[in-house]
Design a protein around this ligand. Structure first.
Ligand SMILES: [Zn+2]
Length: 254
């Protein structure tokens, strides 16, 4: 293997912005957004935001510089971030102003198995939270960690919104033949690297912005470490701005 090939393999698993820009350059001409009546040949780029609004905005800015628009899904019941805090709201509005779509990342882990009625009620609840909190609506959503019974809902439209796991966008099969699904979950390309899947005519790529940084981090332990440190830094800033007496201790956390 020559050194250029080795470098490409290294880059392909670095979770760095250089890897991401390379990926965009390969897919950008085929990108479409979630919509009815998709063409025969498409790539949909989707982002589920699990932990870091900062990293979501950074990725959104990178995409805008590359003239790419995609769809970012935010949770409204996340234990990791509050999308409606003033700082996060500003960041999400900034992201939206770059031309990206914003949708609901629908948290369903607490719904009892096969309780479709409960699922619909929860959707309506989270939809209201989303609309009230952001001041705008959404027409597309993605399930967060959908169990099998939820993935068995194959309709493209659920409760009036486009379901990112609907049959036009996602093939529910261990061996999909029509629509290739690719994700960076668990900080690895578990379904193969997107650059190696371009022969498929229909592709949905799920990229979690939380996994990506400018310099990247291949090692999953170090990746978690950096994410935790970023989160801690934000919390320290919150303690500092929301209390008067934390300033005596702030130095301890530098
Ligand atoms: Zn998720």
């Amino acid at each position: 293997m020559n050194s250029a090939a080795i470098n490409l393999e290294e880059l392909k698993n670095s979770f760095s912005y250089n890897e991401y820009r390379l990926l965009l350059s390969k897919i950008k001409l085929r990108l479409v957004s979630f919509k009815k009546n998709l063409p025969d040949n498409f790539i949909i780029l989707r982002h589920d935001v699990e932990f870091s609004v900062n990293r979501a905005l950074d990725l959104a800015i990178l995409e805008a510089k590359e003239s790419v628009q995609s769809t970012f899904f935010f949770q409204v019941k996340s234990p990791a971030y509050n999308p409606f805090s003033n700082t996060n709201l500003k960041k999400i509005m900034h992201l939206k102003s770059l031309g990206h779509k914003v949708g609901l990342h629908f948290y369903v882990s607490h719904i009892v198995q096969n309780d479709k009625e409960g699922l619909v009620k929860e959707f309506e609840k989270q939809k209201s939270l989303f609309e009230d909190g952001f001041g705008f609506g959404f027409d597309v959503f993605s399930f967060h960690r959908p169990p099998k019974w939820v993935l068995e809902i194959r309709d493209d439209i659920f409760c009036g919104a486009i379901n990112a796991y609907g049959s036009s966008f996602f093939e529910f099969s261990d061996n999909p033949l029509q629509i290739k699904y690719i994700a960076d979950s668990k900080h690895r390309w578990g379904y193969g690297h997107p650059i190696d899947a371009l022969a498929f005519s229909k592709i949905q790529i799920l990229i979690h912005p939380d996994e990506w940084t400018e310099k990247g981090e291949k090692d999953v332990g170090l990746f978690f470490n950096e994410l935790i440190e970023e989160h801690q830094k934000e919390f320290i800033e919150t303690l500092d701005s929301e209390t008067k007496h934390f300033s005596d201790f702030k130095e301890l956390y530098r």
